[in-house]
Ligand binder design. Structure first.
Ligand code: GDP
Length: 474
């Protein structure tokens, strides 16, 4: 490959490597420094293109603190299936559409903004559940400021409720509990509060600091209160962003529209996005032809926390891709080209994810900052699960500890794999297997799944892996 790009013969490159004491075959991989040395010795000029160079200054450039303005919070709704996530999103949208815009006609663009009774605005991500949430996190995008955890008062805390709690914890995003379906005769909101205690969520009415609101999505009860709770939480978080700068954001949804071409719903996070801006997102770029708000109205600009459809991309970016405005087309092309090359290489490269015990051990040994073994544990019965998690918790030493990011009863699902990928965790199955989709997803993302049927073996393996990297005690 290197010979090819320099229009040299491969044998010459290999001979040169040999002279430096490196015995290489034609398809072996050499490091960047060696490549540069060889290229220069053959009389070529080298321009090193590293990620840091190409993406330099695209994201997260510092802002003058004076320029920071409060921005609306971004909320994701999570909870167990059928507990009312969709109903709640719909109810809030219909009762609180931003007044004065388009007479309340809304379209689904993946996110929407409403006005809370006190006047503050709140942005909701319109795809309930944690699949979207973790998929984005796995790609390094941080979008959600607050998670609203929906728990049905007639059903209580269920497996996906616990999953959602763990997702939020892993992402360090604060929770607000919405106890839903309180209109039902068999509603037991008190039971929900006590059950949450077992998962270290202490709601305010029980002396804790997690805000809770009793709601009914069906009867549209207390939605105002819920929005106020979100606004209150946002105040605590002191969310700020500079609107007066080129925009940065994250793609929430990407689709190819028959009439309009590639359409990306983007949540603007900093700066203001304008029609005419040149943008890159993932491996795609384009000039913004139009911006469409969730109300269906075309707008000329979109500021922080506002979701908008962006038209004008030359391809469809993916959910989780970060968007940035760049100074000209050449720059946009450079970044997009670089990224599509990178994605190709990544897909071609053999997957060595962080989610394997051996890989964690290597990182620890290399002193790469890993001080914990992240694990996700699934087991067939609650009793075994508790015993396993309990034993793993005890394994920690001063130097390294095992951290269980999620544990649950049941087979290993695709959503387990997504969470593991987002947290760089290995998955452990005790007397359970992985679903087919989960196995495939694990293979794709390089997550290791280990199966056990004896607790001792399981704990011993983790212990071995953990102590293997510790320096010998003198
Ligand atoms: P999701 O799976 O969490 O998105 O749940 P859905 O929003 O689809 O709701 C599941 C079921 O619960 C539907 O039949 C809803 O009509 C019903 N439901 C949702 N919220 C309420 C509520 O506040 N009260 C009552 N009685 N039913 C509700």
């Amino acid at each position: 490959d290197l010979a090819n790009r320099m229009s040299e013969r491969a044998v010459d490159v290999i001979r040169m490597l040999m002279r430096q004491g490196q015995m290489m075959k034609i398809n072996d991989v050499i490091d960047a420094d060696t490549a540069q040395l060889i290229a220069e010795e053959l009389g070529h000029t080298v321009k090193r293109v590293a990620e840091a160079d190409v993406e330099e200054g695209l994201f997260d450039t510092p802002d003058d603190p004076e320029a920071l303005q409060p921005r609306p919070p971004v909320v994701t709704i999570m909870g167990h299936v059928d507990h009312g996530k969709t109903s709640l999103l719909d109810a809030i949208r219909h009762t609180h559409v931003v007044a004065g815009e388009a007479g309340g006609i809304t379209q689904h663009i993946g996110a929407y903004q409403v006005t809370a009774p006190s006047g503050g605005r709140v942005t909701f991500i319109d795809t309930p559940g944690h699949a979207a949430f973790t998929a984005m996190r796995a790609r390094g995008a941080k979008v959600t400021d607050v998670v609203v955890l929906v728990v049905a008062a007639d059903d209580g805390v269920m497996p996906q409720t616990i999953e959602a709690i763990n997702h939020a914890k892993a992402a360090k995003v604060p929770l607000i509990v919405a106890i839903n379906k309180i209109d039902k005769p068999d509603a037991k909101p008190e039971r929900v509060r006590t059950e949450l205690l077992q998962h270290s969520i202490v709601v305010e009415s029980m002396g804790g600091d997690t805000l809770e609101v009793e709601v009914s999505a069906k009867q549209k009860l207390n939605l105002d209160k819920l929005l106020e709770a979100v606004a209150l939480q946002a105040e605590v978080l002191d969310l700020k962003s500079n609107p007066a700068r080129p925009a940065e954001g994250t793609v929430i949804e990407g689709k190819l529209d028959r009439g309009r071409g590639p359409v990306a719903t983007v949540l603007v996070q900093r700066g203001t996005l304008k029609v005419g801006d040149i943008v890159v997102a993932g491996a795609e770029w384009g000039r913004v032809r139009a911006l469409v708000a969730d109300t269906g109205v075309q707008v000329d600009t979109a500021g922080p926390s506002l979701p908008v459809e962006v038209l004008g991309f030359n391809g469809t970016p993916e959910a989780g891709d970060r968007l940035a405005v760049v100074e000209n087309e050449a720059r946009a092309r450079e970044v997009a080209d670089y990224r599509s090359r990178q994605r190709r290489d990544k897909a071609a490269a053999k997957i060595t994810g962080r989610g394997s015990l051996a890989e964690m051990m290597k990182e620890l040994k290399a002193g790469a900052g890993r001080k914990e073994f992240t694990l996700l544990v699934k087991a067939d019965v609650q009793g075994s699960l508790e015993a396993i998690v309990g034993s793993l918790d005890k394994l920690g030493t001063d130097e390294v500890m095992a951290r269980v990011v999620h544990s649950g009863v049941g087979g290993i699902s695709e959503s387990d794999v997504t969470l593991a990928a987002a947290s760089g965790a290995a998955i452990i199955g005790f007397n359970v297997r992985a679903h087919k989709e989960a196995r495939e997803a694990a293979e794709r993302s390089g997550i290791e799944i280990r199966y056990y049927n004896i607790i001792y073996d399981l704990v011993d393996d983790v212990k071995q892996a953990m102590s293997g990297l510790l320096p010998p005690t003198v």
